[in-house]
Design a protein around this ligand. Structure first.
Ligand SMILES: Nc1nc2c(ncn2[C@@H]2O[C@H](COP(=O)(O)OP(=O)(O)OP(=O)(O)O)[C@@H](O)[C@H]2O)c(=O)[nH]1
Ligand SMILES: [Mg+2]
Length: 346
């Protein structure tokens, strides 16, 4: 099976915290697999839920197994099945529906794993070397390992789609992008990471289509500007002209407590906008976010309006809006801002 789908089991280790017991593929950052351990850090309620990440959509089932070794007599565990998705629109709806439909399989899987109880619990409580790259399952004797893997593989098969969910590899440059630009240390990476972890805040399970757009952030990309060599860097495009050409929207991000950060962001944006004028493309929607690092807005809306010439751009018919947000803490506001941008794009 390919990295387009991964099945893994995590558990809460009382010494080192959330840890992967076993996974069909290594969960490594370079593959853009999500940091699912964080789910168990914040959640210990039994149940099945979908969780969206930037590149992977996941269905998760949290459950407990009886254990003589655990405080409270129960181990906290989670099964995660994830599918890589890279597509806007219809396909992603299919993926969500598909994952939703797999909840009963995860529950069955959990109940079989639960039967291993104390045998498995001993492994969970064996002291781990935090930097070891081996899964704790490797600590099990052959008999337990094969019992575990028989169950694991059986359910991995049951979870795998009968038809191909993989999407044809497309020319990356044909995929439209939303570029994040902004001054150094403004919070660009933090912003992107946070929305990767978007949870379905206040969204009902039966409302599938409307939550799709909220998680389709695959197309977000930081357009890094190197102040020293005065050049932009972008993974998929060889130059700024191409970036601007394929841009679907821009997010401008600065530290709203720092005048320098605001002015620098404006200057970077100017370079982008001049490029746009040169190649004569229309300006796409622009979301401006003033990151309230310390919860306060040191520079008011009026200053931002003036600096970015928001009113003038609006008169030219450009969709542009400013949101002051503490991107680290105000998840709801981040979502509102992103929703605004996505609505202007689609
Ligand atoms: N207190 C606070 N710290 C923040 C906030 N946003 C970002 N930071 C911190 O500020 C630092 C810079 O944030 P990054 O997300 O790395 O900024 P960046 O724009 O990606 O920076 P470069 O890539 O270096 O240009 C990090 O240490 C963040 O943890 C915020 O809203 N509040
Ligand atoms: Mg960064």
């Amino acid at each position: 099976m390919t990295q387009n789908q991964i099945l893994c089991i995590t558990y809460f280790d009382q010494v080192i915290g959330p840890n992967t017991l076993y996974s069909s593929e290594p969960l490594v950052k370079s593959l853009d697999t999500p940091d699912i351990n964080r789910i168990l850090e914040f959640n210990d309620e039994e149940g099945t839920f979908i969780f969206a990440y930037r590149k992977f959509q996941t269905v998760n089932h949290i459950f407990h197994i009886d254990s003589d070794l655990a405080r409270g007599g129960k181990e906290l565990m989670m099964i995660t099945y994830m599918i890589k998705t890279a597509i806007f629109k219809d396909e992603i709806v299919d993926v969500f529906k598909y994952l939703d439909s797999k909840a009963p399989v995860l529950e069955e899987f959990a109940s079989e794993i639960s039967k291993l109880k104390n045998d498995l619990a001993i492994i969970l409580h064996t002291k781990k070397n935090a930097i070891s790259s081996e899964y704790p399952l490797e600590l099990a004797n052959e008999e337990l390992k094969s019992r575990f893997l028989d169950i694991f593989n059986k359910y991995f098969k049951k979870l795998a789609p009968k038809y191909r969910l993989e999407t044809p590899i497309r020319d990356k440059r044909l995929i439209k992008k939303i570029f994040i630009i902004g001054a150094p240390r403004a919070g660009k990476t933090t912003f992107l990471k946070n929305i990767e972890l978007i949870q379905f805040l206040n969204i009902k399970r039966n409302d599938l289509p409307s939550r799709i757009y909220e998680v389709v952030i695959e197309n977000l990309e930081i357009l890094q500007y190197d102040n020293q060599i005065r050049e932009f860097e972008c993974k998929d495009f060889e130059n700024l002209e191409n970036c601007v050409n394929f841009a679907q929207g821009f997010i401008l991000l600065f530290n709203v407590s720092d005048k320098n950060s605001i002015i620098q962001t404006k200057e970077i944006f100017k370079i982008v906008d001049n490029t746009r004028l040169e190649i004569e493309t229309e300006l796409v929607p622009i979301l401006i976010i003033g990151n309230k690092f310390h919860g306060r807005e040191y520079f008011e809306q009026e200053f931002i309006n003036k600096t970015f010439e928001i009113n003038e751009l609006r008169e030219l018919g450009i969709k542009i809006k400013y949101f002051p947000i503490n991107i680290l803490k105000e998840d709801e506001k981040v979502m509102t801002a992103i929703r605004w941008l996505i609505r202007k794009i689609v």
